[in-house]
Design a protein around this ligand. Structure first.
Ligand code: UDP
Length: 313
């Protein structure tokens, strides 16, 4: 297959490109590199079936030749990044999704949107099922990401219903692994950086908020299975093992073997609507994709920390 990956130089995108190449696909990676980097594509760049195009996907998209699949992953995705790029985040979720859908329609390609658990906002339903409509503050600082992705889902469903496009929507929960930027502000890279430097790990608020972390290889497998399925309604892809941020910090200290301690600090600006609890209900993915995560947090953390140690800070 010939596959276009928007945001292909990002954390998830680069792992997806690698997986597609390894199964024999031809990959066209589109990225404007505002949060992604060419260094992430190092394993792909020399591959004869790989092409990288530096482009902003909110502009008209032109790709020569046949395209069988469009994976639309482009977007800043960490709170720190989308607070820094709020307008680009809104544009890529809205205009970028429209352009990527237009490309898929022109080529008769299958389309997959990387959506997010943020569509559930600070959820009033726990764990979150796909049927839950969410609890989002549109004018809060996270609103630029949450509402862009909610708009993107609506746009995808409109292309599916109106144009009959074969579309898929993955609601991706917190994912981690090698190639997360250590300065992207997300909790794990930040904790790893602090632990390796022997500094205290800063836990925001009371530390009792929860997240459920999925290792990147499991996530990519879930996306590929969803693409191959016939499901056009959203599907949660994530790891249902839930942990408080405080306990997670203690785990990172243990796995790194650091002398650091956990320090509770006030939430920084931008974290006012920090979701209190988050855990995917993955019954649907289990049932229709035969998918569930296989890599434990212990194993995933060990691999990620190992990667950071080898690459250096
Ligand atoms: N967090 C924290 N310390 C940090 C960074 C994040 O306690 O140094 C918390 C943050 O308040 C949130 C959780 O960790 O409750 C996950 O944050 P992240 O930015 O990774 O992603 P989110 O799930 O909020 O999109």
């Amino acid at each position: 297959m010939r596959v276009v990956v928007t945001g292909g130089a990002g954390f998830l995108g680069s792992h997806l490109c690698e997986k597609l190449l390894s199964r024999g696909d031809e990959v066209v990676c589109l990225d404007n590199l505002i949060t992604g980097s060419e260094a992430n594509l190092e394993p792909c760049l020399a591959h004869p079936c790989f092409q990288f195009v530096r482009v902003d996907v909110t502009e008209f998209l032109s790709v020569d030749g046949a395209v069988d699949v469009v994976f639309h992953l482009a977007s800043p995705a960490s709170p720190v990044d989308y607070l820094k790029f709020p307008i680009q985040t809104l544009k890529v979720g809205s205009l970028g999704t429209h352009k990527a859908l237009g490309l898929a329609r022109a080529k008769g390609a299958r389309f997959l949107l990387a959506s997010t658990s943020e569509v559930y906002g600070d959820p009033a339903v726990h764990p979150q099922t796909e049927a839950y409509w969410g609890h989002v503050n549109p004018v809060g600082r996270r609103g630029c990401y949450d509402e862009a992705k909610r708009f993107a889902e609506a746009m995808v469903m409109a292309y599916h219903r109106f144009h009959g496009l074969a579309t898929r929507i993955a609601r991706i929960f917190n994912t981690y692994g090698p190639r997360m930027r250590l300065d992207d502000g997300r909790v794990l890279p930040h904790f790893i950086r602090l632990a390796l430097a022997g500094e205290d790990l800063t836990v925001y608020g009371d530390g009792q908020q929860t997240r459920s972390f999925c290792y990147v290889d499991d996530l990519i497998e879930g996306l590929c299975r969803l693409l191959a399925s016939e499901e056009s309604e959203p599907v949660n892809i994530g790891n249902p093992e839930e942990v408080t941020v405080q306990a997670f910090a203690e785990e990172v200290i243990r796995v790194v073997g650091a002398r650091s301690r956990v320090r509770l600090v006030p939430k920084p600006p931008g974290y006012e609507d920090d979701p209190r609890r988050r855990r995917p209900d993955i019954s649907k993915a289990r049932r229709i994709l035969g998918w569930e995560p296989r890599i434990s947090r212990r194993e995933g953390l060990a691999r990620t920390i190992d990667f950071v140690r080898k690459r250096g800070m």
